[in-house]
Design a protein around this ligand. Structure first.
Ligand code: AMP
Ligand code: GLY
Length: 460
């Protein structure tokens, strides 16, 4: 069987690797791929946004199934084009990919189908958007300004003063002619990847992304600096989400006649005030996919094919009890400007290196993007995967390499009334906290969800 994977990041590496792991005889082509995808299949020199080039390649090479990673080709209608030409493809058609293309489209859908989301305004007018944003800023101390349209996860600004607000609003309106203002939500995030064929919606294990460039979620927004799955802090909300969100999405898709056959990625913010949907994406998350796939024992290709044939209800999802972690190694300077072309050396390690922004030049592997490599590990508990990933990062080297040091569920969260809802506790961290505070945490009775977090400086 011949499979074409469109894209070149760690997500596409993960998708190809998983598809191949079920049957070695599958031949995988990556367009354009990276230095690592060459070890799994064959790279073809066609860019992900060259829809005609991809179609021609698929026809000429009798590709049986195409899997689309990034959003741009989906928003440009690659699935419509392939299906019109009788080719099988995974990824929603253009009309359905509008969830990814336009935040205002998603917001209208969420409001219409009574799915909780942050208060928002879309506007083309500086004064109108400033008044709305400034009011939210005064109410909440922060306000969120978003670019409408595709911005690779980087078009979001969290603003905490009126001067910055004016500057950012002006800047966004100059670039896009439209801005989205949102109420700031304070909570913890969860990424939920769901297969759907508009008749059935199948949520995969939960994941947690780390969106900001620096530790403790500070600094600029990025495409994602690391993930873990399951998202132990948020998993307990999934049952509630099925009723309050997923069922309503299916109703909405049917009523709006949206033929969504693909992967719907829902970003949640879970707050004291309830479960909010932050955004929809019409594709797999990067780097969520790298960890979520570690928890699934099915043949991924079979799920994808059933989804695109509208037979998702036939799939019986098999989930294992692994804990998976992915740490992104980026080029210094990302998400702003960074160098490309620096040589990368990688020594043998326990974790798997998923290539992202890499390419081969004269037999050497060099950097070729902001997020360069993903160090991925999965085992039965988080303490072990965190240790393994961070030991293994030491075995990678290139000029100005950067990574966050705090990927993983690092705080000890204590539930008393619902303690069994919480299935991860870092024994090491707990001991350190107890030593520092001089208390025995097990003797405490706490009646509210409580996060204990102590800075590494204090623990040192
Ligand atoms: P988005 O592209 O809308 O998913 O936003 C990217 C990231 O910005 C999210 O994952 C959050 O970390 C943050 N963010 C977006 N919207 C909000 C909001 N309303 N309140 C707080 N943080 C937000
Ligand atoms: N990691 C977030 C995204 O893929 O949009």
């Amino acid at each position: 069987m011949k499979i074409l994977v469109v894209g070149s990041g760690g997500r596409e590496f993960a998708l190809g690797r998983k598809i191949k792991s079920f049957d070695e005889n599958r031949k995988i082509f990556f367009a354009p791929g990276n230095a690592g995808t060459e070890d799994i299949g064959e790279n073809v020199d066609i860019q992900a946004d060259d829809l005609e080039g991809l179609l021609e390649f698929a026809k000429k090479n009798n590709i049986d199934f195409t899997v689309v990673g990034p959003e741009n080709p989906l928003c440009d209608g690659i699935s419509d084009l392939f299906e019109e030409n009788g080719l099988k493809i995974f990824g929603p058609v253009k009309k359905a990919a509008e969830f990814e293309n336009s935040k205002s489209f998603t917001k209208k859908f969420l409001e219409k189908y009574d799915i909780k989301t942050a208060k928002y305004l879309e506007s083309k007018d500086f004064d109108e958007s400033y008044d709305f944003a400034n009011k939210l800023l005064e109410e909440n101390g922060k306000v969120v300004v978003k670019r409408d349209g595709l911005a690779a996860g980087k078009g979001v600004y969290i603003v905490d003063n009126a001067d910055d607000l004016k500057k950012i609003l002006q800047d966004v309106l100059d670039k896009d002619d439209m801005v989205v203002i949102e109420q700031f939500l304070d909570g913890f995030e969860m990424s939920l990847l769901c297969f759907t064929d508009s008749k059935t919606i199948l949520p995969l294990p939960t994941a947690k992304d780390h969106k900001k460039i620096f530790e403790r979620e500070t600094g600029a927004n990025t495409g994602g600096m690391g993930t873990y799955a399951p998202n132990v802090e948020a998993e307990v909300f999934v049952d509630r989400i099925k009723n309050s969100v997923l069922d309503k999405i299916l109703t909405g898709l049917k009523e709006e006649n949206i033929d969504f056959r693909g992967l719907l990625f829902i970003g949640f913010m879970i707050t004291d005030d309830g479960i909010y949907v932050l955004e929809f994406n019409a594709r797999f998350g990067d780097p969520e996919t790298q960890v979520v796939l570690e928890l699934i024992d099915n043949d991924l290709l079979d799920i994808m094919m059933k989804t695109s044939e509208g037979k998702l209800s036939d799939v019986d999802l098999k989930i294992n009890d692994n804990k998976a972690l992915c740490v992104v190694v980026s080029a210094g300077g990302y998400p702003e400007s960074y160098d490309k072309g620096d040589e990368i050396t990688i020594s043998k390690m326990d974790s798997v290196v998923f290539h992202a922004g890499t390419k081969k030049v004269d037999g050497k592997i060099v950097t070729n993007g902001g997020r360069v490599l993903n160090i991925v590990n999965s085992k039965k508990n988080f303490d072990d995967v965190i240790k393994a990933c961070y030991e293994d990062i030491e075995k990678v080297d290139f000029k100005n390499m950067y990574h966050r040091t705090d990927i993983g569920p690092r705080v000890k969260r204590v539930y008393v009334r619902k303690k069994d809802e919480y299935d991860y506790e870092s024994k090491e961290k707990k001991k350190q906290i107890e030593n520092l505070l001089g208390i025995d945490l097990d003797k405490f009775v706490i009646y509210k969800r409580y996060d204990l977090e102590i800075s590494d400086d204090n623990l040192a």
